[in-house]
Design a protein around this ligand. Structure first.
Ligand SMILES: [Cu+2]
Length: 149
């Protein structure tokens, strides 16, 4: 019969495992691509939503994000901002390189995901699930928290 001390030690270990699970490397990541700090702007249904994040490539080979889909929107595009005769404009891009061992930021004024045809309004605190497609890593699921962090 296990001693009381053993039971307590077992319970403590379980609590620690649960508490630290998010910090164990690879606990939630599949493959070499990891996405963090994903957020989307609050929107009204008639306007597209913009999504931002940081993409980490922990592998040693170049990968590329090439597209995305979401059940909550009709179309996901990858955009960047360029200076066109002194005016900031958005431009659609086919892909974004994420070199091995590097990180690429999607942030206001730069790369972003543009999500057209929202099927319902998003409010602060909601989550917008998006499946990103990478050339090598394949599908990577991302939850965009709605509202500026
Ligand atoms: Cu855009």
């Amino acid at each position: 019969m296990p001693s009381f001390a053993l039971l307590v030690a077992g319970a403590l270990t379980l609590c620690l495992l649960i508490a630290f699970a998010p910090f164990i490397p690879d606990a939630h990541a599949e493959g070499s691509i990891k996405i963090e700090d994903a957020w989307a702007r609050v929107t009204i249904p008639s306007r597209p939503a913009a999504g931002y994040m940081v993409i980490y490539n922990r592998g040693d080979q170049l990968d590329r994000v090439v597209s995305g889909t979401s059940a909550l929107v009709e179309r996901v595009e990858i955009h960047t901002h360029i200076m066109d005769e002194g005016v900031m404009r958005m431009r659609r891009v086919d892909k974004v390189d994420v070199p091995g061992g590097a990180e690429v930021k999607f942030a206001p004024g730069g790369f972003h995901l543009m999500m057209f045809g929202l099927k319902r309004a998003l409010k602060k605190g909601d989550f917008l699930p998006v499946t990103l497609i990478f050339e090598k890593a394949g599908k990577v699921e991302v939850e965009f928290r709605v509202g500026r962090p």
